[in-house]
Ligand binder design. Structure first.
Ligand code: NAD
Length: 490
């Protein structure tokens, strides 16, 4: 398969002819290529989006856009199995998880169809002002050409979190997927076209971040940048946005804590801790990668987690019963293995820590647990983005909160306890944008999603996600026949 950019309703090879190999992380074999986009390709896509942004699409009502968004959802639904299988080959995740991602993607387009309809009712609503000679209303207008840059851990879903609200708002867009996982984003573009999205409204340019991504961030005609990825890239994107005074939202990394008290139900704790760090091979921005456990339960919990981690079936995501697939790429594998070596020097390894036996190819890493991790350890402070859990223990609630909040990140945090007053207290004091009580990771698309501190700027999902792509415009009318009098009366 040789995939091309999707620009203005047409498939284009890279302007400079470059291609990037697409590797199946389960066997390290090349099974496709994508276009290596450069500034020329991005410029062509932004020009198409700008032209489309002056056309009929921006003048559609929310109801009209909702019809298109629901048609995209139906198109995705018709191809759910094929899309999930493509995601497995591209990203490595187990098929049931990929199927879950595609259903969430479908849900996302249907949800933003509803929000698009609701937007019509919010248009031109009066705002009370303290002078009855004036009438002020607010109109929500599309923010213009949106540049969307997404990572590889949920390739299609992360794209949907931005494409669906951007379309609901009436924006035109250029999407730059990760160079490791671009294939389902290109399928989405095809499905959008079939669903009736006009040419130039949705464009996808593939390629490396330093070239295609960087040009999209700096392009003067891109008015809104929505980025999901790592902190260093987020800084580059925000800096580029600042130079052109673009609106920017950033969904960045995390090192989220899960605080477990002695009174929590042990079996529940095991389930959520395992899910919180090993789901999607630990490549989850909100993964609860720091377990902070009260000393009374710590020994028993770590022993049980180590037992359970050893039972996890590792393999090709296409094989039935597999719970842990390969990591996405060679660089990610090397990064995670590097952190495991650091961890062996900094803390005690109680489970995993190797490439699993019998796997000669593929980026597989055993589910790994370290205990006795000190707050200054790198594996405690830095985002590993792999199946590696760091455990520390505490005695008092204050100590637990201090450990939990002592981080530059602030994406998510979880607490496990049977004392609901305590849970509420802790939830209030967690410095995180997403808090879970007696669970870890469940995510709905209606509430806001995003981080405090260095985990991001702004919120996605829900109506907060829609507002990212709208400019509220105030329109104030003078109603009185009398002169206002500031100038005339002096
Ligand atoms: P990354 O920052 O390396 O890349 C993200 C995207 O940015 C890719 O499309 C990449 O090509 C592009 N990019 C790279 N350099 C660029 C540049 N100079 N200018 C513009 N674009 C550039 O991140 P990744 O490794 O793909 O993803 C993992 C990171 O994403 C983790 O830190 C994870 O926590 C984060 N993440 C956050 C959320 C969230 O909701 N907060 C969700 C998923 C992933």
């Amino acid at each position: 398969m040789t995939a091309k950019h999707f620009i203005n309703g047409t498939w284009y090879a890279a302007a400079k002819g470059g291609e990037i190999d697409v590797i199946n992380p389960a066997n390290e074999r090349v099974f496709a290529t994508i276009a290596a986009g450069t500034a020329e390709d991005v410029d062509r896509a932004v020009a198409a989006a700008k032209t489309a942004g002056q056309g009929a699409w921006v003048r559609t009502t929310g109801r009209e856009r909702a019809v298109v968004l629901r048609a995209i959802a139906s198109g995705l639904e018709a191809e759910q199995q094929a899309l999930a299988e493509l995601e497995v080959r591209d990203n490595g995740k187990p098929l049931p998880e990929a199927l879950g991602d595609i259903s969430d993607t479908i849900y996302c387009f249907n949800l933003y169809a509803t929000y698009a309809e609701e937007l019509d009712a919010k248009q031109d609503q009066p705002i009370a002002v303290p002078d009855d000679r004036f009438k002020t209303t607010v109109k929500y207008v599309p923010a213009g050409v949106a540049g969307l840059i997404v990572p590889w851990n949920y390739p299609l879903l992360m794209a949907a979190w931005k494409v669906a609200p951007a379309l609901a708002a009436g924006c035109t867009l250029v999407l730059k997927p990760s160079e490791f996982t671009s294939l389902t984003a290109l399928e989405l573009a095809r499905i959008c076209e079939t669903a009736g999205v006009p040419p130039g409204v949705v464009n996808v340019v593939t390629g490396y971040g330093a070239e295609a991504g960087a040009r999209l961030s700096t392009h003067p005609d891109v008015r809104k940048l929505a980025f999901t990825g790592s902190i260093p890239t987020g800084i580059a994107v925000a800096t580029a946005a600042a130079r052109e005074i673009k609106s920017v939202s950033l969904e960045l990394g995390g090192k989220s804590p899960i605080v477990v008290f002695d009174d929590a139900d042990l079996e529940q704790v095991i389930e959520w801790v395992m899910f919180g760090i090993f789901w999607n091979q630990g490549q989850v921005c909100s993964a609860t990668s720091r377990l902070i456990v009260q000393s009374g339960i710590a020994g028993r919990l770590v022993e049980r987690l180590a037992e359970e981690a050893k039972k996890i079936t590792i393999g090709d995501g296409m094989d039935a019963g597999v719970l842990l697939g390969p990591l996405v790429s060679r660089p990610q594998y090397d990064k995670v293995m590097g952190y495991i070596e650091v961890g062996k020097r900094e803390a005690s390894l109680v489970s995993g820590g190797q490439r699993p036996a019998g796997f000669n190819a593929g980026y597989f890493v055993e589910p790994t647990i370290f205990t006795g991790v000190a707050p200054e350890a790198r594996i405690w402070k830095e985002e590993i983005f792999g199946p590696v859990l760091a455990v520390a223990s505490f005695k008092t609630e204050e100590e637990a909160l201090a450990l939990a909040n002592n981080t530059e990140f602030g994406l998510a945090a979880a607490v496990m306890t049977s004392d609901l007053d305590r849970a509420a207290r802790i939830a209030d004091r967690f410095e995180a944008g997403v808090v879970w009580i007696n669970c870890s990771q469940p995510n709905f698309l209606e509430p806001p999603w995003g981080g405090m501190k260095k985990s991001g700027v702004g919120r996605e999902l829900g109506t907060w996600g829609l507002m990212n792509f709208l400019e509220p415009k105030q329109i104030t009318r003078y109603l009185s026949p009398d002169p206002w009098g500031w100038y005339l009366k002096g």
